[in-house]
Design a protein around this ligand. Structure first.
Ligand code: GDP
Ligand code: MN
Length: 349
């Protein structure tokens, strides 16, 4: 659904004629950031990046979600920085706590074991609630229910290029559902049995698995085992109706019941990625090469020099992660028979 751009937008800070915003159509879309009050200055940095490179010309809303109430300083500063309407949601306990079927003793033993094995966030309870929330609940918060499209933004990210087009419009016009800028291998220790659950789901719900999905990007042996490739979900532009669909919710339910958010340390990135790879047709997943991006410690910098210059990118092309050994983007190009950009081979490590 394309909405007409609001003429009397509450805070008209940008000029609409710049950066190729031609049609004046605006999507029913929002930015969304899950943050703590203590993330204020790190999310402020991200907002400033997104506004300067894109949203000052578009004024999309920004939804902030938190498991605790946002304080006045957080709201005051972020409202001032966002050129659209900034909105604040408090997450209900039922979306940020242990489900009753989880065995607390077992979960605790796992955390202690992972702490000893020095697995990143392995001892953290809040990180697990966060991953489960981002996997199964952010898209059905009351505020999010008002939108069809989202763009996830985390604290302390950087955008390196002007975004002279509307990624939401692009997604809609090209029938895209999910997108990424960086893909890589997941730490195997955090997801030992996630593929068992995925296979269980495929058996239970063959009706949700379309022909021509991207399973060959997730598995190198025809679906028997997981190769650990995933899209990095700290950046996502996607369709909320897909996440709210029966297919996705059935998928989340099977995984949730198996308990791996707490008995292992499943991240929302492999959850979203496996869902996208199984439930969508592969051409519904988009790689946004034009969006230069950094989240510690990886960079996506467009390979094409022409693209970098046209879009005023300030990233060092040497830092581009796309074609390095730990990236799964090379495999994505291969499996989708995409045209590799000129110079890609020079950027391998
Ligand atoms: P990493 O990128 O995997 O290292 O994890 P982050 O620390 O960046 O957390 C992922 C996202 O969840 C970020 O947007 C954080 O601000 C947010 N987040 C993490 N833990 C919590 C928490 O306990 N409460 C809230 N409200 N947000 C959190
Ligand atoms: Mn992060």
């Amino acid at each position: 659904k394309v909405l007409a751009a609001e003429s009397g937008s509450s805070k008209p800070t940008g000029k609409l004629e710049s950066s190729g915003l031609s049609t004046g159509t605006k999507m029913n879309a929002t930015f969304v950031s899950l943050t703590r009050n203590s993330d204020l200055w790190d999310i402020a940095d991200s907002i400033r990046n997104v506004e300067d490179r894109f949203n000052r010309n578009y004024h999309y809303d920004w939804v902030f979600l938190n498991d605790k109430p946002f304080d006045e300083t957080f709201k005051k500063v972020t409202t001032a920085l966002v050129s659209g309407t900034a909105r604040y949601g408090l997450i209900g306990k039922e979306h940020w706590s242990f489900p009753e079927f989880i065995d607390q003793e077992k979960a605790k033993a796992v955390r202690e074991d992972m702490a000893e094995r020095k697995i990143i966030y392995g001892d953290s309870i809040s990180y697990r609630h966060m991953c489960r929330f981002e996997s199964g609940f952010f898209f059905r918060q009351p505020l999010m229910n008002e939108y069809e499209w989202y763009w996830r933004v985390e604290p302390s990210i950087k955008l390196f290029c002007d975004i002279g087009f509307d990624p939401f419009v692009f997604m809609a016009e090209n029938k895209k559902i999910y997108s990424f800028v960086i893909s890589l291998f997941e730490y195997a220790e955090t997801i030992p049995t996630i593929w068992d659950s995925a296979k269980k789901f495929m058996k239970l719900h063959p009706e949700h698995i379309p022909e021509g999905n991207a399973i060959d990007w997730l598995s190198d042996d025809g679906g028997e085992s997981y190769n650990h490739c995933h899209f990095w979900s700290n950046f996502e532009v996607g369709n909320l109706n897909w996440l709210r669909s029966k297919a996705y919710l059935d998928f989340f339910e099977v995984l949730d019941q198996d308990g791996g958010f707490f008995y292992e340390r499943w991240g929302d990135a492999p959850v979203h990625s496996i869902a996208a790879g199984l439930l969508l047709k592969k051409e519904e997943i988009h790689f946004f090469d034009d969006i230069g991006y950094w989240h510690v410690p990886f960079t996506h910098c467009p390979t094409s020099e022409q693209k970098r210059l046209e879009n005023k990118c300030h990233c060092n092309p040497k830092d581009n992660f796309d074609w390095k050994g730990y990236s799964c983007t090379t495999k994505w190009f291969e499996k989708n028979e995409l045209k590799y950009p000129e110079g890609w081979e020079d950027q391998k490590d």
